[in-house]
Design a binder for this molecule. Structure first.
Ligand code: SF4
Ligand code: SF4
Length: 139
């Protein structure tokens, strides 16, 4: 959250102080997708993809946020809060520019189904290419 004097923060309900988002590994196997499905079985968890990177997000209010949406620890707030600037934030942007947003298990199930179909098609194409390159059996 920006200084109290920042106009933008004055009008915002401290959107940036109501969640924690952490990067997760790009899912590459059915097991990875199963793990994401499990994350999404929990309340207040979302998973999103932004600029090709995957994140898990926990919707949770910071304990240092006052009832009037000001930071009670402003002078000693964590580094990550210092780096986050109004003008280039969730409030200014009107939210994230997600490539994908998963809020429920069925969202990742549908995505996984599509991913599996594409993976099967890629493997078939690769097999065909390998078969074409293989030398003809000696007669
Ligand atoms: S989301 Fe932006 S405007 Fe709102 S409190 Fe955080 S930095 Fe300020
Ligand atoms: S420490 Fe302050 S600025 Fe950082 S998330 Fe909490 S309330 Fe917001």
């Amino acid at each position: 959250m920006e200084p109290v004097g920042s106009n933008l923060c004055e009008h915002c309900t401290a959107v940036c102080c109501h969640y924690v988002a952490l990067p997760i590994d790009h899912p590459d196997t059915p097991r990875d997708f199963e793990d994401i499905r499990w994350y999404l079985m929990h309340e207040n968890i979302t998973v999103f993809v932004e600029d090709g990177d995957w994140y898990i997000q926990f919707a949770t209010r910071c304990r240092s946020l006052e009832a009037d949406n000001r930071c009670s620890l402003y002078k000693t707030r964590p580094h990550i809060c210092r780096e986050y600037k109004a003008g280039d934030c969730d409030y200014e942007d009107g939210g994230h520019d997600y490539e994908h947003l998963f809020t429920r298990p069925e969202h990742i199930e549908a995505y996984t189904e599509k991913w599996q179909k594409e993976r099967r098609a890629r493997r078939q194409r690769s097999k065909k290419r390998t078969a074409r390159r293989a030398p003809a059996p000696a007669s």
